[in-house]
Write a protein that binds this ligand. Structure first.
Ligand SMILES: Nc1nc2c(ncn2[C@@H]2O[C@H](COP(=O)(O)OP(=O)(O)O)[C@@H](O)[C@H]2O)c(=O)[nH]1
Ligand SMILES: [Mg+2]
Length: 380
């Protein structure tokens, strides 16, 4: 098998028949298969099976009853299930014209590259199919932002946000890719230095059905970008910073309402500790939750740690100030930085540690994972 065309689908019933037909026509003369990774709740899988019978090339369906990682997760499953190492990923709504497939393959076979991106922003390409002005703006802004964050890795790529590309799966570290998010190409390009080329394509209108892109996906993209660029620690830091701000605001509001300042400080601290836990559950350690202990255990560990930190840090500041030449401000700043790092390590290692039996050699894997997540990736 020379080529696997991977198509993630979520309720694309009106598009299947024409998609299969056009992919078959475009791959004439190529030893290719078409692989759908489907999370649909409509009749998409039945239509795929029906089209497969008379397609003329192998058409396979991986239907996921328990979808994991959305679009990005579907693409990763496609890489794992593909019969060929050379894989093309494309949308199932015909916004990515199958007629571009031979051009992607041709460029790849000229050699020297691991990945060929189909770009809307190359000369000869177009983004006409972006639904409205707002989506054009969002697409362009996110492209500029992304390229600014990875000026070297994305040097040869004008359209890191496209979902249409060819990649040699042997060049990927499939285990390092996080199976979530809409922007799987960005994930692939940012994690590893790949040799990339582009071919232009005209981004078409959706053939039928509706877009599944949402504002939530947009927010998800921003956290994905931050995480790829600065590692998990940065989101952890942002949440910590927001917590500090909220803390001050709550103390201010409560004391204005006449609450005693000690009581106000305690209430503010506890409210921010709980808020902090909820936010890091969602945005920092989301994908480690499934393998970790129960939510109440995690909550107990997190809250206990933060309360202990509060109780321990103040006397340490006092000791530092009394014992020497350090001012209170410096002492506070130093202990806050140390506390931040310790808090991150504690949460990664203890609060979200996999349950016993979940991993082969837990200590080593865990340390490696934290190292990778906290610091990755270092390239600029
Ligand atoms: N398997 C799978 N495919 C998805 C999921 N979300 C979106 N897709 C597919 O990903 C492709 C791009 O989605 P689309 O809604 O067209 O996004 P847009 O082009 O940005 O508006 C389409 O083929 C969708 O069917 C998902 O959760 N699982
Ligand atoms: Mg689309």
């Amino acid at each position: 098998m020379q080529l696997t065309v991977i198509v993630p689908t979520f309720n694309e019933a009106p598009n299947i028949a024409e998609l299969v037909e056009r992919v078959v026509a475009a791959t004439r003369g190529i030893d290719a298969e078409l692989l759908f990774v489907d999370d649909s709740t409509d009749e998409t899988p039945q239509l795929i099976r029906a089209a497969a019978v008379s397609a003329g090339i192998p058409v396979r369906l991986v239907h996921r009853d328990r979808p994991h990682g959305g679009l990005g997760g579907a693409v990763l499953e496609g890489f794992a299930a593909a019969a060929a190492d050379t894989c093309i990923v494309m949308d199932g709504d015909l916004q990515h014209p199958p007629e571009t497939i031979p051009e992607l393959l041709e460029r790849f076979e000229q050699g020297g590259v691991d990945i060929v991106v189909a770009s809307r922003y190359q000369a000869g390409g177009s983004h006409r199919g972006l639904a409205d002005r707002r989506r054009v703006l969002v697409s362009k802004l996110s492209t500029v932002l992304t390229k600014a964050m990875f000026p070297i890795r994305l040097r040869d790529v004008s359209d890191p946000m496209t979902g249409f590309f060819l990649v040699d799966r042997r060049a990927l570290d499939l285990h390092a890719l996080r199976p979530h998010g809409y922007k799987i190409l960005l994930e692939i390009l940012a994690r590893r230095s790949l040799r990339a080329a582009e071919v232009p394509f005209a981004f078409d209108d959706r053939h039928g059905g509706q877009s599944k892109a949402t504002v939530r996906q947009g927010i998800h993209f921003l956290t994905q970008l931050t995480e790829l660029r600065f590692g998990k620690m940065s989101i952890f830091a942002v949440i910590g910073g927001l917590g500090a701000l909220a803390n001050v605001l709550i103390v201010w509001a409560l004391t204005r309402l006449g609450v005693n300042y000690v009581a106000a400080a305690i209430i503010a601290a506890e409210v921010t500790i709980i808020g902090n836990f909820l936010l890091i559950e969602r945005f920092v350690f989301g994908e480690m939750r499934a393998a970790a202990s129960s939510v109440w255990w995690r909550f107990a560990k997190s809250v206990s740690f933060n309360n202990a930190e509060l109780v321990v840090r103040i006397p340490i500041v006092a000791l530092m100030v009394e014992s020497g030449h350090i001012t209170a401000v410096v002492a506070t700043a130093v202990t806050l930085v140390v506390a931040f790092v310790v808090r991150f390590v504690f949460h990664s290692l203890v609060v979200y540690a996999p349950r016993k039996g979940e991993t082969a050699s837990p200590a080593r894997q865990l340390v490696e994972k934290i190292d990778e997540q906290a610091m990755s990736p270092g390239e600029l």
